[in-house]
Design a protein around this ligand. Structure first.
Ligand SMILES: [Zn+2]
Length: 157
């Protein structure tokens, strides 16, 4: 499928070294449209919305930011800690303002697995339904988020 000029621009901005060193698409060979469609399908099948997921992630980021670098419990076996980083970053879609670069590490004590959240990645989910490409530093799996965050369909966003 041919991309519109606007979609082409978004994809260009997602390349490594444009907005951030790592880029947004990782090693994912799928088109942006296919990535968005697949993750939207997953979220719908969980009876959730991108906004519900982003709202929960936003709460976690705020709790971690308020703890000033100290780990904070944000759920059953889940802890979050904020790391400062300098500078702002823009959204690949453009026109969304800029976001602080600091990241939040979200660790699940049961699996030992750590996810990384940023203000931009939460914006990308809530506003654009974009969880980034597989292999990207900040890729988040919708199913894993739903399970870890214990959000179920029908909850108020
Ligand atoms: Zn945006």
């Amino acid at each position: 499928m041919k991309l519109t000029p606007r979609e082409e621009l978004i994809v260009e901005r997602m390349a490594p070294g444009v907005l951030c060193a790592e880029g947004f698409l990782g090693s994912d060979g799928r088109s942006l449209g296919d990535i968005l469609a697949a993750d939207s399908h997953t979220v719908e099948s969980l009876d959730l919305t991108h906004k519900q997921i982003a709202a929960k992630l936003g709460e976690i980021m705020q709790a971690a930011a308020d703890a000033f670098g100290n780990p904070v419990s944000v759920g059953d076996g889940l802890s979050a800690v904020a790391a400062e980083a300098m500078g702002p970053i823009g959204c690949p879609w453009g026109g969304c303002g800029v976001f602080a670069k600091g990241e939040i590490e979200l660790t699940d004590a049961r699996s030992g697995k750590t996810l990384r959240l940023t203000p931009l990645s939460v914006h990308l989910i809530g506003r654009h339904g974009f969880y980034q490409g597989k292999g990207a530093r900040y890729r988040l799996e919708p199913e894993e988020l739903a399970r870890l965050l214990d959000i179920s369909g029908g909850d108020e966003a």
